[in-house]
Write a protein of this length. Structure first.
Length: 66
């Protein structure tokens, strides 16, 4: 298995969520798309908000640990 020459950088553009036929579709960069039930989408949204709050705190305090 080869190791990439560069470390992937965090995405700076937000994903876009839409609802179609009773499911939620989250589209991201480079053609990435995830289809979720409404309950899975709600759980994902809550998890993302919590992680974003934690990451902001880590950045402010210079902490890069999880």
């Amino acid at each position: 298995m080869s190791v990439p020459d560069t470390v992937p950088q965090p995405e700076t553009e937000p994903g876009v969520a839409t609802a179609e036929a009773g499911v939620v579709i989250l589209e991201g960069p480079d053609g990435v798309a995830v289809t979720m039930t409404p309950d899975a989408a709600t759980g994902t949204a809550n998890s993302l908000l919590s992680a974003a709050d934690t990451a902001r705190t880590q950045t402010r305090h210079g902490d890069t640990s999880t």
